[in-house]
Design a protein. Structure first.
Length: 124
């Protein structure tokens, strides 16, 4: 996928394809806002999926990470305005920045690890 802004009309398809291609990649969810600073919501959990809900007046993006009962979360981004795929810093790394109506930025970073290394990378 090419880096750059993702048009709103393409969000559902973009997140569906992104999730399928990167399911299991190690994810970090950071929220950055003037009133809260920089808050890490999740780190080191495998990506389950990202979805955009834009129907019937809804306007949100859901990010699900973690596959174990004791290590999982769903982060909801309300009123997203801009979705941007950031340029990869190195192969096997991806980042998505979502800017919300209130100015909050949610930064989603992903890194691919080899399957045989997965057990050493995930939280215990």
């Amino acid at each position: 996928m090419n880096a750059g802004e993702v048009p709103r009309g393409a969000w559902i398809k973009f997140f569906d394809e992104f999730s399928k291609e990167r399911q299991g990649w190690i994810a970090t969810v950071e929220v950055i806002g003037q009133d809260i600073g920089d808050q890490e919501e999740a780190a080191g959990l495998p990506l389950v999926g990202i979805s955009a809900d834009l129907k019937a007046g809804e306007n949100r993006i859901d990010v699900a990470v973690g596959t174990r009962p004791d290590a999982h979360m769903t982060h909801i981004i309300d009123k997203p305005q801009i979705v941007e795929l950031k340029p990869a810093e190195e192969p096997g790394h991806e980042a998505i920045e979502v800017r919300s109506e209130d100015g909050t930025i949610t930064l989603l970073t992903f890194r691919h690890i080899m399957p045989e290394m997965a057990e050493r990378q995930l939280p215990r």
